[in-house]
Design a protein around this ligand. Structure first.
Ligand code: MCN
Length: 793
């Protein structure tokens, strides 16, 4: 009997291969074959006009095949890269050119592209290019951008790319009339994700077939395909994009196309030899993408019970030099900041500002960590003002379980209303309190204080819109061996999709898990897809593989019903065998696949040859009536709107009274992503997210100096948590409020772990120290300085 796999802890089929170093990443593609290597000259200045580029010394270098600057680009390649998500409020959107045209706007911007026999020669050649710059004053940081004494782009007044305001009710009037008011200034600094594998692209052009094959480390293979075709003037059908194993994406590989993703295929086509580019770590720091940098001003009015009557949030978003992803990050902050709460009235206004720093694209959490920090710091401040328990204030503001679907009265990026589909926030809070020992904490604090130790506890709540459309598709094909091949077009960066989707298909088709093999991110197998970001794969492709497997199963039943001379309604399937219920009459799925093909071959032992034969009436192919040959199912899933996952984290920290070192004593998570496909995978996602969140809260920041140089562009200087800094045991409890929006009741889980980190650590450190924490990340030396600033006079 096939056991149900949905909801069980099936070990990840990917892991043996990946953990033993048997993965194939972009840099492993075409190894052993002749491949040319690319290197990029990047701007050493944050802001400069390019007066002249002299490449004469490079062309003579042995082994150099090409050196290009902007002037060598023609047609669509000489146009700016696409602005992927435009928005009407983005009145001054700007994207970069594949190679800088006339000016550079951040350290690291690509200026020239060299292709050579190997990477050493290419890098040496890059070093011989001479550029004559006119130095311009850079704009670094939000304060400088707002002051606008100098401009990033001459034609963008005030450095303001966009200003967007939304209001639900009259927040300012509500605040003015409220019995209590507060204002807060809150800052989250700029950071970035650091996947183990940086960006990497390999391309091969086949002149005979007129076909381009691109292997790239991306989160959106179909997006890259479309851009390569458009920019190189090829038909979409001439371009295949294959996503090999991807060593982490975390958002940075959502951006497409990167300049190198276009220049590499272009070079492969012109030079007639495959070309490869592999980003190094310094390039990742200065020429990919960052996020998080925002300053916020909050005004809030509330009643004696801590109910928020009016909330007014203004914030300034540091967008860096370009806006390829439009306003997606600040829009997410502004709309999902409210989390599980329903303020009486809410106004939010933001400005998206240009600076001469690396551009911003979404990084795991995408604007929500900042929003959660703002909302949860506000909740804590209200509790402190009223002398109430922090959980009590939150509970007073929760949307209640019977209020779903709940419309927040706001409009999201796509112009649709922000409507939460389901959840149970009071139940989550009760679970969290029990998990972390909230009610026992004061006794623990007293015990620790008796030993001269200082501890604090904090909690933070969030929601996350997941499973965003427009669609995702899947193809399920049963082979004559009974093996099931599944293809879905979105990509995988380590989330375990091969396992989770195989669980869904095995259940729906009634076959053993081992019989199912899942392919992702190959445009030859599934050319219609969107990509893996915004915690959408489980909802989108999970639903699509479920529907496609259902279609395959229905077809299998139609064929089996004819073969077994039974009614479809009497059939059942288990362990890959279709039976007429209650009888011995059965047929296995592989045989059904054989029957689904009117043209069949058999292996003739005597002649040792495959012989073509056909069974039954030649006039009537032995597939079910009106069916096409082949045992397969295909379907697409397109949701009405996003589904809202939610969660709450709590942390207990100890702060050293002498050194201000911050130690995590306990970390607890209650998470609701609807029905869990694989709890082990979801918990892995939470662990990874919490680890990233610990980095964001306590260590990681992009340290720019006034001239726009990134001072910590290496792992020697950019502090990431090691395993020793991440809590060893994270206590996790799940709540499953199914989404009514998709067939399996799933909500996404891939970003949840990172969203509340800044908020929860700020709350716990503040609780330990009795000092307001308003900016994150916070290091021991900063905590030390804060302590000194708050010493009694
Ligand atoms: N899952 C589940 N049950 C649910 C929801 C999810 O079992 N109810 C499983 C899914 O099947 C999937 C995983 O959890 O295996 C994450 O699913 P989902 O929330 O849909 O997120 P995506 O698969 O779309 O992944 C994107 C998300 C994002 S946006 C970032 S950023 C991120 C993340 O995933 N980047 C990652 N997790 C990452 N994990 C790794 N290892 N590497 C990255 O780059």
């Amino acid at each position: 009997m096939t056991t149900k796999l949905f909801g069980t802890r099936v070990p990840r089929v990917e892991d043996q291969r990946l953990l033993r170093g048997r993965g194939t990443y972009a840099d492993d593609v075409l190894v052993g074959q002749r491949v040319l290597h690319a290197a990029v000259l990047r701007s050493p200045h944050a802001h400069a006009r390019i007066l002249d580029i002299d490449v004469s010394e490079v062309l003579d270098v042995e082994g150099v095949h090409a050196v290009w600057t902007f002037d060598d680009l023609t047609g669509p390649m000489a146009e700016p890269l696409p602005l992927l998500i435009p928005h009407p409020a983005l009145t001054h959107g700007r994207t970069q050119f594949a190679l800088a045209k006339d000016e550079v706007n951040h350290v690291g911007e690509a200026i020239a592209f060299v292709v050579a026999e190997d990477r050493y020669v290419a890098e040496d050649a890059v070093g011989r290019i001479r550029v004559d710059y006119e130095f311009l004053e850079p704009v670094v940081g939000i304060d400088a951008a707002r002051a606008a004494t100098r401009l990033v782009h001459d034609d963008v007044p005030g450095n303001v790319g966009a200003r967007l305001e939304q209001e639900n009710g009259d927040a300012r009037a509500a605040i003015a009339a409220a019995p209590h008011t507060l204002s807060l200034d809150l800052t989250v600094e700029r950071s970035a994700c650091q996947p183990l594998e940086g960006r990497g692209t390999v391309a091969r052009w086949d002149p005979d077939l007129g076909r381009m094959t691109v292997w790239t480390s991306t989160q959106t293979s179909t997006g890259v395909r479309g851009c390569v075709a458009a920019k190189l003037g090829l038909d979409l059908g001439q371009v295949d994009v294959i996503t090999p194993d991807v060593g982490g994406g975390f958002g940075v590989k959502i951006n497409h196309p990167w300049p190198e993703e276009l220049l590499v295929p272009l070079a492969a086509r012109i030079l007639g030899v495959p070309v490869k580019f592999t980003e190094d770590r310094r390039e990742h720091f200065i020429s990919s993408a960052h996020e998080r940098g925002q300053q916020h001003h909050v005004e809030v009015g509330f009643d004696d019970g801590g109910r928020v009557l009016g909330l007014d949030v203004q914030f300034w978003h540091d967008h860096g030099a370009y806006t390829p992803y439009g306003l997606i990050v600040p829009i997410i902050t502004s709309t999902q900041l409210l989390g599980p709460y329903k303020p009486g009235a809410y106004r939010v206004v933001f400005e998206s500002l240009y600076t001469n720093t690396v551009m911003v694209t979404p990084y795991r959490g995408a604007g929500r960590p900042q929003g959660c920090f703002v909302m949860e710091r506000t909740m804590d401040a209200i509790a402190a003002t009223l002398g109430k328990d922090r959980t009590e204030v939150r509970a007073a503001n929760f949307i209640q379980p019977d209020e779903f679907p709940y419309d927040q009265g706001l409009v999201f990026q796509d112009g649709r209303e922000l409507e939460y589909d389901s959840g149970d926030y009071p139940a989550s809070l009760e679970k969290l309190k029990a998990l972390v020992g909230w009610d026992e904490f004061e006794a623990f604090r007293a015990e620790m204080a008796a030993e001269g130790r200082r501890v604090g506890i904090g909690l933070a709540c969030y929601v996350e819109g997941t499973g965003v459309g427009p669609y995702e598709g899947a193809h399920v094909h049963v082979e004559t061996s009974g093996k099931v091949k599944v293809a879905t077009g979105l990509t995988t960066q380590g989330q375990g999709h091969q396992t989770a989707f195989a669980q869904i298909v095995a259940d729906e088709l009634g076959v053993p898990f081992e019989m199912v093999e899942v392919t992702t991110g190959d445009t030859r197998r599934m050319p219609y897809a969107v990509g893996t970001f915004a915690s959408r794969a489980a909802v989108m492709s999970g639903s699509a593989v479920h529907l496609a497997a259902k279609a395959a199963r229905e077809k299998a039943f139609r064929i089996a019903a004819e073969a077994l001379e039974a009614s479809v309604d009497d059939l059942e399937i288990s362990d890959g065998v279709i039976r007429v219920a209650g009888t011995d009459s059965a047929i296995d799925l592989g045989t059904v696949a054989v029957l689904s093909n009117p043209l069949r071959y058999a292996f003739d032992e005597a002649s040792k040859a495959a012989t073509q034969f056909s069974v039954g009436d030649p006039g009537k192919p032995p597939v079910a009536e009106d069916d096409e040959p082949g045992l397969e199912g295909k379907d697409f899933y397109s949701p009405e709107r996003s589904t809202f996952a939610s969660g709450m984290h709590a942390v207990i920290v100890e702060t050293d009274p002498d050194t201000a070192e911050i130690t995590i004593l306990k970390y607890a998570v209650v998470h609701d992503c609807g029905h869990l496909i694989n709890p082990m995978i979801v918990e892995g996602q939470i662990h990874g997210g919490v680890a990233q969140g610990v980095g964001g809260a306590l260590y990681e920041r992009m340290a720019y100096d006034e001239s726009g140089q990134l001072l910590n562009a290496s792992f020697m200087d950019f502090l990431m948590p090691y395993v020793t800094e991440v809590p060893a045991g994270i206590d996790i409890d799940h709540l499953e409020t199914p989404s009514p929006l998709n067939p399996l009741g799933i909500k996404g889980a891939g970003e949840a772990g990172v969203i509340p980190s800044a908020a929860v650590f700020a709350a716990a450190i503040e609780d330990a120290e009795g000092i307001p924490i308003t900016a994150m990340p916070i290091s021991p030396s900063e905590l030390f300085t804060l302590r000194e600033a708050h010493l009694p006079e």
